[in-house]
Design a protein around this ligand. Structure first.
Ligand code: GLA
Length: 730
């Protein structure tokens, strides 16, 4: 008999109306989850176990999904390799997605299908929830698959609940457990350090488990970010090959296991890291895991990126379809050494340059322990009276007089031991009660799992907005990792890592409820918090403290696989030896800002920067909301090339950079453009030239077909290290 009918509920009936399920054989039912190009096919077996029998290109005829299990022959002797949520303690011997200790101390779990419910949230977004229960214990898990049809993106998470007599301990609690089959699997993942974010590494996955993880507590990354891609059968190119991108939406410890199993399938299990995090769960309380977002492309890395970028702009990043503010930041211009007079001059420079906003960085607070360097003051969010006797309000006013907006830096989750906050509230601080303190950047982390501390952190930011209603921007930093992870508040220390991140999100939820659209940049000693869990609350992220432009070409290139350009805060600074043109051209590939001493610019440099801001405005629609095409990889070419095309295919801009200084390195051949309309005419010309410089490329008109088939040589070479080509539709 059809299992769906045998175990149907009202919910399943709702589902049957909207989502067809099919009988695979006499004993099982398949549940297809489709997006525009792909399908995930789940099967309820005759033992009521839920497995994943297919993840790949979609079939034209839905009823054929029921034939998939017949040809894939995934039933092994223990029948669980391809489990949709692998349990432990019974006959699974591979890596589990969930591991629990029941109230009676028993550690076994068998999850069986009960019902499923399909909800269409709008034309694009649907949610499939599948309820699974243990037959012996009053313990259940709901698997959620939220699909974004047009973007080919799925977000997956689990909700765990029980009604046992005492607390249950969750020892592992993955968000998603996927199963894919291919001849070979090619992983691209990333490592790094401070100022060395997003260094890629490629490897073929062999039998056994490759784990990507982090254990930093207060953020996901310094050594390894929660993003990766797996190509199936062969490493995918920009426009060919099948590739799966994944990203855990969680700003704390993560763990992604990629296990090639004895049947040559790839078992992918992703979630918050269970390291030192056995979670004690009370009866009746729902434990919701973070979301794991993924997209599968059958046409290479370019399409996968555009899918994810478009999803992020529409559904995840704050105001992803809105504009962004250009800015002047004072961090590298002054560091901690400023006062009213210096800032007033910088506010005037903001206007002279032509940026929208001035961003006051670290150093504006602390009185008993003034924040004059990074050893003191963190936690004491009162304006430093010696530096700024007229308060922040006066700076906001001067900004207004100069027709620019004003933004400010905060790091509200942290505390210096040299601070009044540390003296008053030792019980708010993450540290071992009986061991010496250990610092990163001379600071400690506040215990955000404690609701009182959450109120404090909310209050720090809220007060700034209440006192300065014109405050237009926040840069939210988080510099320290969590050493000596111990919460004075928690009864069960195993709950701490999870509840810290939940506490952070609860503060951000409250702030976003009150200030829904105000732009906020997410910084974490560079790119430590670039993940979609945090980006849900922010308009942009800080990719790296490393702003040397050649380094940036590489760093921004790798981020571009997973994140949209409008979220990448790129500041022109004095790092490195490259001229202002190169630095600005590189920063223009995302959300443009400056962190330089404007008054020290030569007249031609200032004129160039002012002109660049105008070019940026002209092409901002393409850069912020258009489609991005990576044309030439800096790792395999002398010249890197990337272009952005607006959604109307009318305006496009191509960025080209010399990344190799060997003799005669450069772009020797035309570079084929992408994303244009074949039969449309485009005028092509070089823009963003230094005043007085002429281009070696004559402006000309070509068809889209020509530019995409023959291409255009930007003539990148020594002396023409960065070349921007405007492609204007006629
Ligand atoms: C971190 C950030 C910098 C700057 C300093 C201020 O290092 O990455 O951009 O804001 O903090 O202390």
């Amino acid at each position: 008999m059809n299992l769906l009918l045998r175990y149907s509920s009202r919910a399943a009936v709702i589902c049957m109306l909207a989502l067809k399920t099919f009988t695979a054989d006499a004993q099982s039912t398949v549940i297809p989850i489709e997006t525009k190009n792909n399908a995930i096919v789940l099967r309820v077996g005759d033992d009521k176990r839920l497995s994943m029998v297919y993840f790949g290109g979609k079939l034209a005829n839905q009823s054929e999904y029921s034939a998939v299990p017949k040809v894939t022959k995934l039933d092994r002797y223990d029948n669980v390799y391809n489990s949709a949520y692998t349990t432990s303690g019974t006959h699974n011997l591979l890596e589990p997605a969930i591991e629990v200790t029941h109230a009676d101390g028993n550690k076994s779990l068998e999850l069986q299908y009960v019902s499923h419910k399909f909800t269409k949230l709008n034309d694009d977004v649907s949610l499939l929830s599948i309820n699974l229960k243990d037959s012996l214990y009053n313990f259940e898990v709901t698997l959620n698959y939220q699909t974004y049809f047009n973007e080919n993106v799925t977000e997956q998470w689990s909700v765990i609940t029980h009604h046992e007599k005492k607390d249950v301990v969750l020892n592992k609690y993955a968000s998603a457990n996927l199963y894919v089959q291919a001849d070979s699997y090619w992983l691209k993942h990333y490592h790094g350090e401070w100022a060395q974010e997003m260094r890629p590494e490629d490897e073929q996955l062999n039998h056994g488990i490759k784990t990507l993880d982090s254990k930093l507590g207060s953020r996901a990354d310094i050594f390894q970010p929660p993003v990766f891609m797996v190509s199936l059968n062969k490493p995918a190119g920009e426009d060919d090959g099948q590739v799966l991108y994944g990203n855990l939406e969680w700003s704390g410890n993560f763990r992604i296991d990629l296990e090639v199993d004895p049947a040559n399938g790839l078992r992918l299990i992703a979630g918050a890291n269970n390291y030192a995090a056995n979670y004690t769960l009370k009866a009746g309380v729902a434990f919701e895991t973070p979301k794991f977002v993924y997209t599968l492309s059958n046409k290479g890395k370019g399409e996968a990126s555009r899918n994810l970028q478009s999803w992020a702009r529409k559904y995840k990043i704050v105001d992803g379809q809105g504009p962004r503010l250009t800015l002047l930041n004072n961090w590298e211009a002054t560091y901690f050494d400023f006062n009213d007079a210096k800032l007033t001059a910088l506010l005037k420079d903001t206007k002279t340059l032509g940026t929208d906003l001035f961003l006051l960085d670290d150093g504006w607070f602390g009185n008993k322990y003034p924040r004059n360097d990074d050893h003191a003051g963190l936690g004491d969010w009162q304006v430093n009276k010696a530096k700024l006797p007229n308060g922040i309000g006066n700076l906001v006013k001067v900004a207004k007089e100069n027709s620019v907006k004003f933004g400010i830096w905060v790091e509200p989750e942290m505390v210096n031991p040299k601070s009044e906050l540390y003296e008053k509230h030792p019980d708010w601080i993450v540290k071992q009660p009986n061991r010496p303190e250990f610092y990163m950047r001379n600071q400690l982390v506040l215990d955000l799992s404690n609701p009182t501390v959450q109120n404090f952190v909310f209050g720090v930011v809220d007060k700034l907005f209440v006192e300065n209603p014109d405050l237009a921007y926040i840069k939210w930093d988080c510099n320290a990792l969590m050493y000596n992870a111990y919460s004075p508040y928690q009864k069960n220390q195993g709950n701490f890592y999870t509840d810290y991140v939940r506490g952070l999100y609860s503060v951000l939820d409250r702030l976003r409820a009150k200030y829904p659209k105000v732009p906020m940049m997410l910084c974490s000693g560079g790119g430590g918090r670039v993940d979609y869990g945090a980006l849900k609350y922010f308009t942009e992220y800080w990719p790296s403290d490393n702003t040397e432009p050649i380094e940036r070409v590489f760093i921004q290139w790798e981020y571009s696989y997973f994140y949209p350009a409008l979220a990448s805060s790129n500041h022109v600074t004095d790092w490195g030896k490259q001229p202002i043109k190169f630095r600005t051209d590189v920063a223009m590939m995302g959300k443009l800002g400056f962190d330089i001493v404007v008054s020290k610019l030569k007249p031609e440099e200032l004129a160039y920067a002012q002109g660049a801001l105008k070019t940026y405005k002209e092409f901002s629609e393409a850069i912020w909301h258009g489609d991005q095409y990576r044309l030439q990889d800096p790792r395999t070419n002398d010249a890197a090339s990337i272009m952005y095309v607006d959604s109307a295919k009318n305006n496009a801009i191509m960025f080209n950079y010399l990344v190799n200084n060997r003799y005669q390195a450069g772009s020797h051949l035309p570079i084929k453009m992408k994303g244009l309309q074949e039969d449309k005419q485009y005028e092509v010309s070089e823009v963003n030239l230094m005043p007085g410089h002429n281009s070696s490329i004559a402006a000309a008109t070509y068809s889209g077909k020509f530019l995409m088939t023959v291409g255009l040589n930007p003539d990148v070479r020594d002396g023409r290290n960065s070349v921007l080509i405007a492609v204007r539709g006629k």
